[in-house]
Design a protein around this ligand. Sequence first.
Ligand code: MG
Length: 263
Amino acid sequence: MILLKSRDEIEKMRKAGKLVAEVLSEVARLALPGVTTKELDVHAERLILESGGRPAFKGYQPDFIRCGPFPATLCTSLNNEVVHGIPGDRVLKEGDLLSVDTGVELDGYYGDAAISIIIGKGSPEAERLVEVTRGALEVAIKMCIPGKRLSDVSHAIQDFVESEGFQVVRRFVGHGIGRSMHEDPPVLNFGDPGKGPELKPGMVIAIEPMVNAGTYEVDASPDYWPVYTRDGKLSAHFEHTVAITEDGPDILTAPIALTANRK
Ligand code: MG
């Protein structure tokens, strides 16, 4: 069941989303060669707690798998890791492609967003993969207009990504969001247009294309976190929490400043 949000609820979600955007902006600023992913996580958790929020990923336990709960505030997925990378002692180095996903609960409402950044200067393919993934999210957000169907969003992502010679991950998808981090509907990153529920004002969805340089096939590690590309090639991930309004898309997790890697 899709839960529509009132204007008041959307404003509460914007506060959670704004904190997510601030955290990701800060992570992008700090993600330099020599820094560990654990250090980024410590900063992120502190910022969320100081702002009165709760890191939504920490302790998250999917009910459909037998693994331990996710242990951190950020998912930090490097290079061939797609999503769900656990922050640790790995030291960032020049040219690494780092995807960072985080969620926040603030006053009972959730925000969720992700960015991919290149540490210093990356290979031409890595730079292009990041730009195409960011572009896929942009074309998806433009489809968030009342009267469109949900799979119009999904189709826009797949069409854009494949026209650029990359592939979208099938196994993981976006989601509705509100008083829970994961609500209906699932938001696929692929599929034919014109299907699924009609987009209505008050729907809020987290759109999150995961784009692989090679095959779209992925494998989870035996203890579930993280997920890797099957062929070992690069993967990138961008996500925003987006409200559908009478006036079109309203990005609740904006703006995110990618200061460390953008000239
Ligand atoms: Mg999400």
